[in-house]
Design a protein around this ligand. Structure first.
Ligand code: SF4
Length: 257
């Protein structure tokens, strides 16, 4: 099983390949910023053991993507920077890039797996049958789609709606980090195991992940079933109702404080 250090090295290698440069900033100790401008040969030493430790203990090491992406200060500007992305093969098969939609100042971000056929056709997230169900789920806790921000781990549709491959997720996830950085949500609702596993770097089951407040970069994160799974398993709707009611109660606590 790969260690955290292995995972970070893999991430840095992939970032260097993608962008030529990657920055890790330690929120607790800015003096420990690691700039990896590295050549392949330097990679094994680039991730300092203490940085790895800090990531595990304090979640304080935060990948800040690359300098070009850091220049975007609005979602619109960021969308303009990346909407022609071809960093993984899905760029060549998409009809439309699906960035995300909703309130750019949302307190709640809803994050799914990847666009499906309807989303690919329209360039918008969650607009098919699963999306309509998501709208109803949000309405059940008195939220409209425009109250939250909705997006996916991947911005382009995998062929035949297959699960994202690891390389696709690795290529696309930095875009999600930047979206989160710009929106600064107080809560994340991860829809489905792919989103949950990607965000939380977990391999736990849905039963283990539901009903618990997880921490993602200091943001309270809840996990529930993907609406597409509910279409196939309507008996899970009750569980999702419990999950979103929990989210609603946390959200109202924050609003009233
Ligand atoms: S899925 Fe993400 S990384 Fe791949 S081409 Fe689309 S935007 Fe780029």
């Amino acid at each position: 099983m790969p260690t955290i250090a292995d995972e970070l090295k893999r991430y840095v290698q992939q970032q260097v390949q993608m962008h030529g440069r990657v920055v890790y900033a330690d929120a607790v100790d800015p003096a420990s910023i690691i700039v990896a401008d590295a050549e392949e040969s330097a990679l094994p030493d680039m991730v300092h053991p203490e940085a790895v430790h800090a990531d595990v203990i304090g979640d304080s090491i935060r990948p800040v993507v690359n300098e070009e992406m850091m220049t975007a200060t609005t979602l619109d500007a960021f969308h303009a920077q990346i909407n022609t992305c071809m960093k993984c093969p899905l760029g060549g098969t998409r009809t439309n890039f699906v960035f995300g939609s909703g309130n750019p100042d949302a307190d709640i971000m809803v994050i799914g797996e990847a666009p499906g056929a309807d989303e690919d056709a329209q360039g918008l997230p969650f607009v098919g049958r699963a999306g309509q169900l998501l709208t109803k789920i949000l309405e059940s806790i008195e939220l409209q789609r425009d109250d939250v921000y909705i997006c996916n781990i991947l911005k382009c549709r995998p062929p035949n709606n297959r699960k994202p491959l690891a390389g696709e997720t690795d290529s696309c996830e930095p875009y999600l980090w930047k979206q989160i950085e710009l929106i600064k949500p107080k809560f994340i609702l991860a829809l489905g195991l792919t989103a949950a596993h990607t965000l939380l770097k977990s391999s736990e089951t849905m039963s283990a992940l539901r009903g618990t407040i997880h921490d993602y970069q200091g943001i309270k994160t809840l996990v529930t079933y993907h609406p597409a799974a509910l279409l196939r398993n309507p008996e899970w709707k009750k569980l999702v109702w419990e999950d979103v009611k929990f989210l609603r109660s946390l959200y109202l606590e924050v609003k009233s404080s």
